[in-house]
Write a protein that binds this ligand. Sequence first.
Ligand code: NDP
Length: 247
Amino acid sequence: MNFSGKTAVVTGGSRGLGRAICRKLAAGGANVVFSYAGNTAAAQETVKELEDMGAEVRAVQGDVADSEAVRTLMDTAVKEFGHIHILVNNAGITRDGLAMMMKEEDFDAVIDTNLKGTFLCMKAVSRIMLRQKYGRIVNLSSVVGLHGNAGQVNYAASKAGVIGMTKSLAKELAAKGITVNAVAPGFITTDMTSALPEAARTALLATIPMARLGAAEDVAAAVAFLAGDASAYITGQVLGVDGGMGM
Ligand code: NDP
């Protein structure tokens, strides 16, 4: 993958999939600006990893659900590197619970971060990408957004919403050299899934035809494909990265 001369903004780049995505884009030569919620130690580790690879990297703390913070993130990228060619909407959270027990604030928090955060970032880069007549937007959805999951009405709604937004914005921007796609990971080993109890993990494994959890690099490779020039004629699509779960 060749991303030299390109600038990528990745939300939630301090840990997990976001960090692997930053690493993959930087390995291809991209300048990387990533955001994180509050884990400064993890963000500094990502910065060090990328700098050790010889990449240009900037970390910006800020909530993706806050439009001012999103503006600061995008302004930083433009001020430092002049353009934003790639946006990866990766920041996400879970607040699981059965629907009848779910607190309203847990519903709102997940929708705000996962869905509204994705909207705010896409809105902020659209104008920049339109001026350039070039852009690649890749949104992190989930197998749960396609098929649902008990205990995750909030998360499933947010990730199904991400798919609807992906297809809608893809239609708005298709004629302008800007593609908008989503990846739908299955169960990938990160902090988010390490919280699962052992019994749930075993039950999950039984539903994955490839009989293993995915690695962050599996997702990063799919994101990099959709962020690159090899996918120039692909837009509005949802690429499953799930070991066959979603078949
Ligand atoms: P992690 O919990 O490991 O990391 C989440 C990242 O998002 C961190 O960098 C965190 O920052 C950041 N973040 C969280 N909330 C906000 C916010 N409000 N504003 C800015 N940044 C924020 O998650 P994963 O790497 O597992 O997941 C990444 C994405 O992939 C998510 O959208 C998730 O829903 C999706 N996904 C993950 C799957 C999996 O199996 N892991 C499966 C399907 C989809 P900080 O470090 O500061 O907390």
